[in-house]
Design a protein around this ligand. Sequence first.
Ligand code: HEC
Ligand code: HEC
Ligand code: HEC
Ligand code: HEC
Ligand code: HEC
Ligand code: HEC
Ligand code: HEC
Length: 413
Amino acid sequence: MKKRKYVRFGIIFLLPLVFIFSQCLNKTKTADPRGENYAGSAACLKCHSDMAKNYLHSAHFLTSRNATAATVSGSFQPDSNTVVYNDRQKVVMEKHPGGLFQVLYTSGKLTTRKRFDLIFGANRGETYLTWDGPEVKQLPVSYYLSLHKWANSPGGYYADSVNFSRVIHERCFECHASNIQNLNGVTAADMQSDSLDKSSLILGIDCERCHGPGAEHVKFQIENPTVKQARYITRFATLSRQQRIDFCSMCHSGNSNVMTKTTFGFKPGDTLANYTSGATFHAYRDAATVDVHGNQVKLLMSSKCYISSKIECATCHSMHDNTVKTAAGYSTYCTNCHSPANHNFCKLADQVGPAITTNCIDCHMPVKSSKTIVVNGTNMEGTPPFLARTHLIAVYPGETQKVMAMLSAKQKP
Ligand code: HEC
Ligand code: HEC
Ligand code: HEC
Ligand code: HEC
Ligand code: HEC
Ligand code: HEC
Ligand code: HEC
């Protein structure tokens, strides 16, 4: 792990600053732990109430949340609450009056018991975190939604050792939450620990995590109800494509980049290079090597569509509308650019026939399985790997064969 120069400064100079700062915050009684420039999502929804319905169900909003009996998806029933690691060790998911727990039994004896405090993940899986003093640690068992199964957590978890000690750093929260303050000033250099301030945590990705601080916007629009234009808030439409890509890239270019400062301060319009050492940032990873962290940005940027047109994330994804789109729905974005009239339509059009417009993506943006996620554990053999939709738009002969076979099977009476 590359050490960061500012870490030592952080410990010497920032600790007193953090202390003074927290005293000031206590005096002013700011409602939002990020400071008085922030208004909080509840304030935004008062005027932008049309967004509430979708936003509250979005993967962004739900990506981190409190773990309760109502929010944890896995079963605590005796027939399906156990992950057996080996003939000595098993972890049992248990519900007690004090909360939900992962309990390690070694040769039948209870040896460790940790509470489910937080959930990370809204889409394909849930991994669970527990507060251990000022540190946050990941629990050994995660829940895989598509498998409807508890299994060993991804990354650094092995079939033969039950690991309760993986420290979760501020960095994870930078992409999965809206705020947490690091009591060391910055992520600890050795990556062995990280003291985080529980009271500063804002779960989920909220309006201002994406739009930047909005208190001034709220104040202005309240005081000037006749003004129908937005003031004091960055308009995405005024940014360059690179600025909009940098914004998504802050979280959607894999999690192995070396950062030089926290991205909690990143606002739309900022340049991501100012937050990184640059070297590893846009590193290319093909879909087969992604873990749970897809690198949609680099894959899309490597596509001919990106190089030769103005395509960007927002061409296909809207941040405030999470109605599920079908393959046919996504294909309409492709045919806005690629059509017989534009003389750049699919070369396979004649072979595929009229069904072509229903599914460009399974041939040109196929779902690939991640080879880096292996769900370990002796009772987990044969589990399907983790799937990710590659964002490298290209010709994939192997996938074409599969889709052609599927289409011709459908045509048979
Ligand atoms: C008092 C009412 C009010 C509140 C509260 C409010 N807004 Fe707005 N907002 C407006 C109005 C009016 C507009 C301009 C019309 C429009 O685009 O809907 C606007 C526009 C916007 C825009 C669009 C800018 C553009 O044109 O691209 C964004 C983004 C935005 N608001 C974010 C927020 C956020 C984030 C919050 C909470 C911190 C918030 N608003 C709270 C009234 C409000
Ligand atoms: C602050 C970090 C952050 C930013 C900024 C961000 N995302 Fe995300 N996004 C996430 C995380 C984390 C998830 C995974 C949520 C989960 O499943 O737990 C996600 C999920 C998604 C998904 C899958 C959603 C679903 O419902 O299945 C899409 C699509 C997406 N993001 C697109 C974008 C685009 C486009 C941008 C830029 C306009 C963007 N995101 C900006 C963190 C971010
Ligand atoms: C650079 C931003 C970033 C960092 C740092 C990061 N994540 Fe993620 N994480 C994401 C995004 C974006 C997704 C969704 C990726 C996708 O769907 O392709 C995701 C997905 C996940 C998922 C799967 C969720 C789902 O519903 O599919 C888990 C679990 C997860 N992250 C845990 C963690 C943990 C634990 C850490 C710290 C060790 C971490 N992440 C660090 C951005 C990040
Ligand atoms: C994951 C990041 C993200 C989150 C969370 C988010 N926005 Fe946005 N918002 C965007 C982006 C990017 C745009 C630009 C248009 C687009 O790409 O959909 C946008 C556009 C807008 C607009 C302009 C109108 C429109 O629909 O284009 C308003 C108003 C707005 N957001 C308000 C909000 C409010 C209020 C919240 C919280 C409830 C919120 N946003 C949460 C990223 C986000
Ligand atoms: C904004 C316009 C635009 C959109 C949207 C778009 N493309 Fe493209 N695409 C292009 C351009 C321009 C090229 C480059 C053509 C050339 O170089 O001759 C291209 C190239 C391609 C290529 C050739 C790739 C290669 O490596 O040879 C394929 C395949 C393709 N697009 C499929 C798609 C599919 C499928 C979609 C929808 C998922 C899509 N495109 C969406 C504009 C677009
Ligand atoms: C040409 C259309 C297109 C563009 C452009 C595009 N996506 Fe996607 N994206 C898709 C499709 C199709 C899916 C799969 C949706 C599904 O299966 O429900 C997807 C899925 C995702 C997911 C969920 C993870 C997964 O593997 O299913 C994330 C996260 C995401 N996109 C982020 C982004 C980001 C960030 C950008 C910009 C760098 C972007 N996308 C640009 C079409 C696009
Ligand atoms: C059954 C799989 C399949 C489907 C469905 C499909 N394509 Fe293709 N596409 C291919 C293959 C294979 C090629 C390469 C053919 C060749 O080079 O002879 C291709 C070629 C292309 C090209 C030209 C690439 C170049 O080399 O210039 C574009 C653009 C394209 N497809 C877009 C689309 C769009 C848009 C859709 C949806 C309307 C679509 N494709 C649907 C398999 C498919």
